[in-house]
Design a protein around this ligand. Sequence first.
Ligand code: AKG
Length: 349
Amino acid sequence: MDEASVQAEAFDLLSTEAKDLYLGTSLPELYEIPTSIRFVRDFVAKNMPVIIREGTLNEWSAITKWNSKYFRCYSNAMYNRKLMGKKEVTVAITPNGYADGLAVKDAEEYFVMPLEQKMQMADFLDTLEAKTPLIHYIQKQNSNFMDDFSELCDDIDVRLLNFAAAAFNKEPDAVNFWMGDERAITSSEIVCYSNCGFLLVILVPLLVHKDPYENIYCVISGYKDFILIPPVDLHYVPRKKYPSAIYNVNSSEEIFIDPIIDEDRKPISVEWVSVDPLSPDLDKYPNYAKASVFEVRVNAGDILYLPSLWYHHVRQSHKCIAVNFWYDMDYDARYCYYKMMEKLCGFGP
Ligand SMILES: O=C(O)CCC(=O)C(=O)O
């Protein structure tokens, strides 16, 4: 057998063993907050997602309070404090809902990031209600909850998530607020490779991606539909380098794809997943059919534990509101094996 066939057989073995031994065919669900020991033992240690259902978050006042009317208020005499309506928040804007994703300019496929604009929360809500042609999504993954939405902090009692902080043995690196249009499909990835060989680390929202974070994802209103693929299947998920770009507006307020170039005017490239999980091209990527693909709806009041390095693709109901907590992953043996796998697949820098 030649080297490539041995390697393909080894990858298949990894995936079938994982499926048979621990992944199974559907994701586990719990109906109460686990102890941190149980959470570590049954899920974190196995790098296995779990959904905690039955309105686990119902004790957060956010569940009843957070809606357009509440967010539109800009002062509350009773508490003598400012509320959200006039607060400037950062909003991602795209023509197609893919903030980010692949888009074609002059017959070339680019990886395109969203246009980011600051606007008052009330104006953002107007765009959602009007379903404007340009798609608006609050999805800035820089711990935007702590800055743009600090007025809402009292509405979520983070002590409920003590089981996670104890399990990960750290506080979250970022707390992100998500609200947007049902046409938006966004998320984030943290690796970008410049063509000159330097590793640039930038935050770019992406279509299907994986994060170096343990993710505790809490849906407050509406629902989110996740498509999840485990990291042991990375060899079935094709990736490619694309020139990167960002949506921009011209003087006539028209949105266009603006390539991102380095100081030598060469395009900065980003490695990204080339398959669309909503309609995978199996003629082009037949191995993708062998991946374990889990689809799960996370409803208001539910928590999803999304372990580090799992590929994910996320859609949502209109005006869905969520908050998530990113805890830095442990860079342990599992991470080292993962990096080796990436190298064997020809991915990475
Ligand atoms: O809710 C979304 O749109 C994406 C969430 C996500 O990608 C993440 O939490 O890592």
